[in-house]
Design a protein around this ligand. Structure first.
Ligand code: SF4
Length: 451
């Protein structure tokens, strides 16, 4: 029976199966445990980026984070493993199943790339109740929301700069947020120091980790990140660890240690997802904190120190937003000039209030805009832009907000626009969406129309 399950997976006859529940573990800065950063569970304590639509958390809910030991063979994870082995798609995995964020899924990364050699072991190690004797070997522990940026598609849970802004402005669209209360902050900080950091460090010291996903917050601002790299080097485990980063690449050193020259070359390899959503002024508008000139200098520096034959790579992690589309042609040219691949993902549109999404545009405005971008891209197509090209083409097949949420499209649009305008007032950036959208007068007219 187990051999049949393995064969089904290896021959592509079980599209529900994913290696994550056997190998990977995720923790949010507010201590929510998840299968991975792409899964959509119900929040137990506080909402975060990709929650299930059926969020039950309330302000009064107790903060009761679980340890990794309690979580790893919890009833939820056991159930998910059994579902996957039976070929049933867990509801939490909708983002991968429907390729909602990108065409290349996280499921494929873990199952067809990183841990394909462990599939048989995963199946054989699973007991009839769904528990496994395997241990997590890939960690995505977001031990802090500390971040020096506040990108407009992000929020206070993943950025301390957003958090500061929220705290300082009673009128902030995200205020109030219960997890920011001081008693809860103290408990969260204690959990991070006394439980989460200890779990990570113990696994590292025992040589149990072979992949770390450093993402935050901004991991390069965390002392813990630098300490752990040094620890892995000191205890001799670095050569077996692959480091994956999602970073805003605003800094590359800490206490005189250079990440790309001193530390990462001692590891098995690395992959840098350098976050950028648009070049120049528009990029700086979307990603508050970005200094484009400094950023591109850092990109060139990393590129010069990278050795792809040693499994050292970097790509542009581009979140496709509506304002970002106005500088997309330039972004493609820069990627080509630097010979860096763009891996795009669509800004996640939970509902019709996400007006920063390209899908907020009505069809008659979206399609011509995409056609214009595709016409520019097509003669320049290369490995660096092919993923972006595919995503743009795919966008034309996706339902716009107007098509997907016909009943509350107008109300959602009005609410989402007000949210963006409030952010503009708070941040006081010289650029505004009105100014960006003016390059396409029909879009400016849509943006400015009163609903
Ligand atoms: S299928 Fe996707 S969402 Fe589900 S566990 Fe795997 S990577 Fe995460």
């Amino acid at each position: 029976m187990k051999k049949e399950i393995v064969t089904n997976i290896l021959t592509g006859n079980n599209s529900a199966f994913c290696m994550v529940p056997w190998t990977h573990t995720y923790l949010s800065p507010q201590s929510e445990r998840r299968l991975c950063c792409a899964s959509r569970e119900q929040a137990s304590f506080t909402e975060q980026y990709l929650d299930s639509d059926n969020f039950n958390g309330t302000k009064d809910q107790n903060y009761a984070p679980s340890s990794l030991d309690d979580h790893w063979n919890s009833s939820q994870l056991r159930k998910t493993r059994l579902q996957m082995l039976a070929g049933d798609r867990p509801a939490e995995c909708v983002v991968c199943q429907n390729q909602e964020l990108s065409l290349s899924t996280y499921q494929d990364y873990f199952t067809k790339d990183l841990y394909v050699n462990l599939i048989e072991q995963a199946v054989l190690s699973t007991n009839t109740d769904g528990s496994t004797t395997m241990k997590p070997r890939s960690f995505d522990y977001r031990l802090s929301n500390q971040c020096n940026f506040k990108c407009r598609m992000c929020g206070d849970q993943l950025s301390s700069s957003w958090e500061q802004e929220t705290r300082a402005n009673l009128e902030h669209p995200l205020a109030p947020n219960h997890w920011m209360h001081s008693d809860l902050q103290k408990q969260m900080s204690e959990f991070q120091s006394n439980t989460a950091q200890v779990e990570f460090k113990t696994a590292l010291e025992r040589g149990e980790i072979d992949e770390i996903y450093w993402v935050g917050g901004e991991p390069l601002t965390w002392k813990f990140h630098w300490d752990m790299l040094n620890l892995a080097i000191k205890n001799g485990h670095a050569p077996q660890i692959f480091c994956r980063y999602n970073t805003n690449l605003s800094i590359t050193s800490y206490n005189s240690q250079e990440l790309f020259e001193d530390l990462l070359p001692q590891f098995k390899g690395y992959l840098i997802a350098a976050s950028i959503d648009a070049p120049g002024e528009i990029g700086e508008y979307i990603r508050s904190g970005l200094n484009w000139e400094k950023w591109i200098e850092n990109v060139r520096k990393v590129k010069a120190s990278m050795d792809t034959s040693k499994n050292q790579n970097m790509y542009f992690d581009l979140t496709l937003t509506l304002p970002g589309m106005f500088a997309l042609k330039e972004m493609v040219d820069i990627a080509q000039e630097l010979d860096i691949e763009i891996f795009p993902k669509l800004v996640y549109a939970f509902d019709s209030t996400i007006t920063i999404s390209p899908l907020a545009l009505p069809r008659h405005l979206l399609d011509p805009f995409i056609d214009d971008l595709i016409a520019y891209l097509f003669p320049r197509l290369s490995k660096n832009s092919i993923q972006l090209f595919s995503l743009l083409k795919n966008l034309k097949k996706r339902a716009t907000h107007q098509e997907k949420y016909p009943d509350d499209y107008e109300a959602g649009f009005a609410q989402g626009r007000q949210y963006q305008k409030k952010l503009e007032n708070l941040r006081d950036h010289p650029l505004t969406l009105d100014k960006i959208y003016a390059a396409r007068p029909e879009i400016l007219k849509w943006w400015q129309v009163e609903q």
